[in-house]
Write a protein that binds this ligand. Structure first.
Ligand code: PMT
Length: 216
């Protein structure tokens, strides 16, 4: 039987002003790294595209380390055509500086009103190239979590989205625990409750395997 090919993204991206200053977020990469390991444990062929993170490479899989949203897009575009499922758990920075200085900017020359621009939307870009791939996104929200997640699923043309409640005690960014619901395009909702990221990753992969790949 054909092995399922899975592309997972994890971690933050860094959008640099200069070599030592950047825009980013507190993502540690743990959620996506655990998903990649759970997919590996299922016997899938896994490629992990990992933003700046102290986590080790995936054992028995491929790890591609990237820095910016642009790098992450390029890595995903490379593997996407030969992928059965993309799980996009990375916290991609939504904005980046318009200008980049190759040398560290001296303190008295810092622009306190820098021009920003949007980063490329990786999921949206790949959804336009979608053939038979399953696309699963994430949405980290502090309020109206289910509504905002559903809106993101529709606007990015996804098959499913993980609604991630963040900002509550000990869950979300950088924590070992998380609180997630999975929303499917059909409207089905699965509440995975609060648990460790490792446990949630295993449950999520089990569910996805049955739902989209007949339990493989
Ligand atoms: O890494 P950890 O510390 O373990 O934390 C895990 C997490 C909280 C980062 C993770 O579980 C999570 O929720 N990731 C999504 C973060 C988020 O807020 O995504 P978003 O709502 O900005 O984006 C929605 C979806 O579009 C995401 O799948 C994102 O990867 C994707 N996206 C976003 C921006 C962009 N330019 N391109 C994208 O593809």
């Amino acid at each position: 039987m054909k092995t399922i090919k899975c592309l997972v993204t994890a971690g933050p991206t860094r959008e640099h002003f200069d070599p030592v200053r950047f825009i980013s977020n507190p993502s540690s990469g743990k959620m996506g790294w655990n998903i990649a390991n759970a997919a590996k444990a299922k016997g899938w062929d896994v490629t992990l595209v990992l933003g700046p993170s102290s986590l080790p490479d995936l054992e028995g899989g491929k790890t591609v380390r990237v820095v910016s949203a642009e790098d992450m897009l390029a890595a995903c575009e490379k593997f996407f055509p030969d992928t059965d499922i993309l799980i996009m758990s990375a916290a991609v920075s939504d904005v980046r500086p318009k200008a980049y200085s190759a040398q560290k900017t001296k303190k008295d020359k810092i622009d306190f009103n820098p021009q920003l621009e949007p980063t490329p939307d990786i999921l949206k870009t790949l959804s336009l190239k979608k053939k038979s791939q399953i696309l699963v996104g994430f949405a980290a929200e502090t309020q109206n979590v289910m509504r905002y997640a559903e809106e993101k699923m529709k606007s990015k043309n996804l098959d499913a989205i993980v609604a991630n409640t963040v900002g509550s005690d000990g869950a979300g960014f950088a924590s070992d625990d998380n609180k997630i619901d999975l929303i499917l395009k059909s409207g089905e909702i699965v509440d995975f409750h609060k648990a460790t990221k490792s446990r949630l990753a295993a449950s999520l992969i089990d569910f996805i395997s049955v739902k989209f790949f007949g339990g493989r």
